[in-house]
Design a protein around this ligand. Structure first.
Ligand code: NAD
Length: 362
């Protein structure tokens, strides 16, 4: 869950400066035992939006590292998707046994104190019920279920964005974006992976699936006429497209050498174990990589529609633009002689810089 990175100055302000955060809020409450950190990375484009994660961090330093890394990622995801949102994230230190109504509502008050500069949502180890408690103290909560007036499950929208991003990458690799007859290996039959299979099956792709839980893979195989393979065999398949939809870091020193595909496009976060090594390595091997934080942004776009008063249809229309943005990013990478992940990051930074200048007069 927690990824560490090399920090040159490990002091608190050293880390904040390294990641270039605007504001980091340490929240403490003696009565409830609340210890939380809210990371606000960048609000040039709009309020910082990102979920609250609860995790039993081994140390406060680990929690700080996680919130800084995650909140920065949200800035790039929002910026590349054309959303008027900044990047933020929060972590509550502890495990589920510590959760009480009072602790969650206290956290909600800290969010409220930021007056909308940070908007929270559900993340790892947080439930809809938890969000209901937070919502009692602050209106700056998004991603609520439809029954509570929210935008509901983001997974179908994430899957749609992943699908159109995959098509844009296919167009680059094969000259056509049709996935009919393409052999596609999808790793992870969870919420997003399953919705993605629906799109791929409709288009007539030949599907290969794997999941940590064999019954999930088997269900998907039966439902979508897919071939089920073992956990570790997914990388060795003779396919056109590999779609990582489970965990991060599946593109690494071991797996890339085994891939026999021409496109990698999936919804998992942080797919490249080391961006600077594995991004260029995919280019060297002639594999077209659709940047993860770009093509999995559908979920965030869905939440954004809630913030600006849109609906599911509007979210899907905005998500469709991922196709064109992926094409732009792939062109940019080629022109710059870089790799798609780096080009996507630069494109996000360029938008933040340009809009920052727009906002420089009152
Ligand atoms: P999920 O938990 O519903 O599904 C993940 C699936 O992957 C599970 O079925 C799990 O058993 C399986 N899995 C775990 N390890 C595996 C392995 N080694 N090999 C094969 N399968 C394995 O999660 P999800 O909501 O479908 O999200 C999938 C990925 O997409 C995650 O990385 C998530 O962070 C990312 N993502 C999701 C959304 C969203 O809207 N849900 C948005 C953006 C990014």
């Amino acid at each position: 869950m927690v990824e560490t990175n090399v920090v040159t100055d490990p002091s608190v302000f050293g880390q904040i400066a390294e990641h270039q955060h605007e504001q980091v809020v340490f929240c403490h409450d003696h009565e409830t035992g609340l210890r939380a950190i809210i990371g606000i990375h960048n609000t040039v484009l709009g309020p910082a939006l990102g979920g609250t994660r609860m995790w039993h961090y081994a140390s406060d330093a680990e929690a700080l590292n996680d919130v800084l890394r995650l909140s920065r990622g949200m800035t790039y995801k929002a910026a590349i998707s054309g959303l008027n949102l900044g990047g933020g994230k929060a972590v509550i230190i502890g495990d589920a046994t510590m959760k009480t109504e009072a602790l969650l509502r206290k956290f909600g008050r800290f969010v409220q104190n930021l007056n909308g500069k940070y908007i929270t949502a559900e993340d790892v180890n947080m439930t809809t019920r938890d969000m209901e408690f937070i919502r009692m103290e602050t209106k700056h909560v998004s991603g609520l279920p439809e029954s509570m007036g929210g935008s509901g499950d983001p997974s179908p929208v994430t899957a749609y964005g992943t699908y159109v991003g995959m098509k844009a990458a296919a167009k680059r690799a094969f000259g056509s974006d049709s996935l009919a007859g393409k052999r596609i290996a999808v790793q992870g039959m969870g919420h997003v992976g399953t919705y993605l299979l629906e799109y791929l099956q409709k288009e007539g792709a030949q599907l290969i699936v794997s999941d940590y839980y064999e019954d999930r893979a088997l269900d998907a195989a039966n439902r979508f006429g897919a071939t089920m393979v073992g956990l570790n065999d997914i990388y060795d398949q003779d396919v056109d497209i590999y779609s990582p939809c489970a965990l991060g870091a599946t593109l690494n020193d071991d797996t890339i050498a085994r891939l026999r595909c021409q496109v990698v496009a999936g919804c998992a976060n942080n797919q490249l174990a080391d961006e600077n090594i594995h991004g260029p390595e995919l280019v060297r091997r002639g594999i077209v990589y659709a940047p993860d934080f770009l093509i999995n942004a559908g979920g965030l776009i869905n939440v954004y529609s809630e913030v600006v008063g849109g609906n599911r249809e509007a979210a899907l229309t905005q998500t469709e633009k991922i196709y064109d943005i992926t094409t732009q990013v792939l062109n940019k990478a080629e022109q710059e002689g870089s790799h798609p992940q780096a080009a996507a990051t630069r494109q996000a930074e360029e938008r933040i810089a340009a809009i920052g200048k727009v906002k420089s007069t009152y």
